[in-house]
Ligand binder design. Structure first.
Ligand SMILES: [Zn+2]
Length: 130
């Protein structure tokens, strides 16, 4: 039984991070869709079929490059989220501004009154209440 499965899976792509993500999302969509709307339910089933298609696919290089794209998007999302979580944790100590000239985000300590801020990127100076 096991050797049959190994022979069946040889040369096929198998499971990766994108596969896991698709599996979880399709599972959630099917559960929510069963309660809320058939559109979500069918979308979940389509995602699940796509997930199986990827696992059984023999075009390994294409699946690999899809996974790399997914990982880079995932990294961006995790970076963005962790930056906002940090910002939320530090909201009592720091204020955040954007440089009016270049748009660089700047962090200054709170409660120092009116201060002159120099952008470290473009050296533009502006005055803000901290
Ligand atoms: Zn600037």
């Amino acid at each position: 039984m096991r050797s049959w499965f190994q022979r069946f899976m040889s040369g096929r792509y198998g499971f990766d991070q994108l596969g896991g993500f698709l599996c979880i999302v399709s599972f959630i969509l099917v559960i929510i869709g069963a309660w809320v709307s058939p559109v979500l339910y069918w979308l979940g089933l389509v995602l699940l079929i796509y997930c199986y298609f990827r696992v059984l696919s023999r075009n390994r290089s294409k699946r690999y490059s899809e996974n790399l794209k997914y990982l880079s998007v995932q990294n961006k999302v995790v970076d963005w989220a962790s930056r906002y979580i940090l910002r939320f944790k530090q909201r009592k100590q720091y204020r955040y501004f954007r440089c009016p000239q270049c748009g660089q985000q700047l962090r200054v300590p709170r409660g120092r009154g009116k201060i002159s801020i120099t952008c470290p990127k473009c050296h533009n100076q502006f005055i803000k209440k901290s």
